[in-house]
Design a protein around this ligand. Structure first.
Ligand code: SF4
Ligand code: SF4
Ligand code: SF4
Length: 582
């Protein structure tokens, strides 16, 4: 790396040649000494999505002139002033212009504890509330089944537009007009759903303010818990354990699995199950489906179906590939269907009185639970989906202190999941879990190594080839719908061939889901948030006593006593679904 010398506010820095002033400032935030850190506010900036910040706030002074720090590259000997009077005045002026179009009612805003804009307003002395006059307010857009848009809070940063277009290749949300006059709106006048939104929530994850959020279902959960006739079950997705702690000031990547059961019991849930069990069930069915397709000239490549954002994308943009989708429901839907059939029978409880609450890293699961084909036992498999953010808010309001609760285990009989189940939360995890089972079933031999490292990691497209019982299996793993689009174009044109493809809508998989706590844009620029979260899941897998889905004793018992074989008539009825061209 070639470095050059520059000065920030009179202090010497060695910085990478070719960097922007903002990039050097962000890099300096990692320095241990706080006096060496350079703070340049950039409310529109988001690494890889909005690399140029046009808010007017991201300015510094170079040679007596104000310049945009996000698009000015450093030069040898450059002297940058970040705190001069002119810089502060320009930032304040830009912030006041944004504030003039912003409905700043922080006291009632759900982003009040983690709002990037509010932080800047306080930093620059805008401490008083400044509500937008009621005649200037626009109605909230609640037309989506999953997301709400509040344009009164939109600061026109365009992060949502860019993530939806550049990263997700969906373009459901667009920007017309310039600067602060711009209008951010769905690409269809009928709303987000009609604009082919796949509910991935990546726009919510990058929005710096409270202008985009998921429909809150927490009241439904609290009402069910308060109803003595209801038997309320929580199931917790793998990625939740690697991310919930962030909402309670735990460092990135800390696994809080053992704290979750006690916290949920304190809220009043009757049973707390681990959706890893559902993941193991998915692998049993999916590995079986894959082997059947391989051995009986079925439609290949088979493509995974546990990501509802990807499923809706396929239905909209690749209807010709619907037959390639596995018919397996996603893990939480499978576990919900088992809870309302087998488990209801075991307990002697009316399935109508069982309420299944899925706690998920994902916004698209809110849509998935409402789809046709997701009621295996004749009632909805899942009744409520809470994102990790919603759960964190419920815990806070109920004063359940996650850092103080005792370590406890999930409940039997669906509290036991394997290492294969936990890695579902990271891109490549479903493929690796499926291969652990499919390869052993094909070869009838125990795998020497359980790590399929070629499909691990945060790269957007991964490819590998394995041989089992003399059969070559070509696989691909993609995350981020833009990457899925590129890969599927190559598959459709015949340029690439695979037997099995894993697709996750969110870049990096569920550990980067649209329903997770918000690391700030600065944290995202400095740290590989996704890799840290994923490492918590891979460590959990390594520590697990059982690391293959087909060796989960409760899975074995469930098939022996209730489902029969994978792919049986009962399994088809409860655990499989269908798709629609949109
Ligand atoms: S978006 Fe931020 S600044 Fe605006 S009202 Fe909400 S918390 Fe306050
Ligand atoms: S949820 Fe996903 S698809 Fe829908 S607007 Fe947001 S980024 Fe686009
Ligand atoms: S909705 Fe949020 S992300 Fe989109 S432009 Fe407005 S403030 Fe930015």
């Amino acid at each position: 790396m070639e470095t050059i010398s520059i000065k920030f506010d009179g202090k010497d820095y060695a910085a990478r040649r070719g960097s922007t002033i903002l990039a050097v400032a962000l890099e300096s935030q990692k320095l241990p000494a706080s006096f060496m850190r350079v703070d340049i506010p950039a409310p529109y900036y988001y690494k890889g999505i909005n690399d140029i910040d046009e808010s007017g706030v991201c300015v510094v002074e170079v040679d007596g002139k104000l310049v945009n720090a996000s698009n000015t590259r450093i030069k040898p000997g450059m002297e940058v002033a970040t705190r001069s009077e002119a810089v502060t005045a320009a930032r304040k002026e830009a912030l006041s212009k944004i504030l003039a179009i912003h409905d700043k009612d922080c006291t009632s805003c759900f982003r009040t504890d983690n709002c990037e804009f509010q932080e800047l307003l306080y930093q620059y002395g805008f401490t008083d509330e400044a509500w937008l006059p009621s005649e200037e307010k626009v109605a909230l857009d609640t037309s989506s089944r999953v997301l709400v848009r509040d344009n009164n809070k939109c600061i026109r940063c365009r992060r949502c537009v860019n993530v939806c277009t550049k990263i997700q290749s969906v373009s459901a949300i667009e920007c017309t007009g310039e600067g602060l006059e711009a209008v951010i709106a769905p690409a269809s006048p009928s709303g987000l759903d009609a604009a082919s939104c796949v509910n991935c929530g990546q726009c919510v994850a990058v929005c710096p303010v409270g202008a985009l959020f998921e429909k809150d279902e927490s009241q439904d959960v609290l009402a069910a818990i308060a109803d003595s006739e209801k038997f309320v079950i929580a199931q917790v997705a793998p990625a939740v354990r690697a991310t919930l702690g962030e909402a309670f000031e735990f460092p990135l990547g800390v696994d809080v699995e053992k704290r979750i059961p006690a916290a949920l019991r304190e809220l009043g849930f009757d049973k707390v199950f681990d959706a890893k069990f559902g993941a193991d069930l998915t692998i049993m069915e999916e590995a079986n489906e894959f082997m059947e397709r391989m051995q009986n000239d079925g439609v290949l490549p088979m493509i995974t179906s546990c990501c509802p954002g990807w499923i809706k994308y396929c239905e909209h943009f690749y209807p010709n590939m619907i037959e390639n989708l596995s018919s397996c429901k996603s893990p939480h839907q499978m576990l919900g269907a088992i809870a309302k059939s087998y488990y209801a029978e075991q307990l002697g409880i009316d399935k109508e009185n069982i309420v299944v609450v899925s706690i998920m890293p994902c916004t698209a699961k809110k849509y998935e639970r409402q789809r046709d084909g997701e009621s295996g036992a004749g009632v909805p498999d899942v009744d409520v989906v809470l994102t990790v953010r919603e759960l964190a808010r419920i815990l806070e309001k109920a004063e359940v202190q996650i850092e103080a609760v005792p370590f406890e285990a999930f409940d039997a009989p669906f509290g036991l999941g394997t290492g294969a189940g936990v890695i579902f939360g990271a891109s490549g995890g479903v493929m690796e879990a499926a291969l652990r089972t499919a390869v052993e079933k094909l070869t009838k031999e125990e795998l020497k190594s359980l790590e399929f490292s070629d499909v691990r990691g945060m790269s957007g497209i991964k490819e590998a080839s394995y041989t089992a019982a003399g059969i070559e299996i070509k696989v691909a793993v993609v995350s981020g719908l833009g990457n899925a689009n590129s890969l599927l174009q190559r598959v459709s044109s015949g340029e690439a061939y695979y037997d099995f493809i894993e697709v996750m809508a969110c870049p990096g998989g569920c550990i980067n889901g649209g329903g997770l706590p918000y690391p700030s844009a600065i944290t995202r620029a400095q740290e590989d948030v996704r890799a840290k979260r994923a490492s918590a899941l891979y460590s959990s897998d390594t520590r697990s006593k059982i690391r293959k889905s087909h060796e989960n004793p409760m899975i074995v018992q469930l098939y022996e006593s209730y489902l029969g074989e994978p792919g049986s008539e009962k399994a088809e009825q409860l655990l499989h679904t269908f798709y629609a061209v949109r």
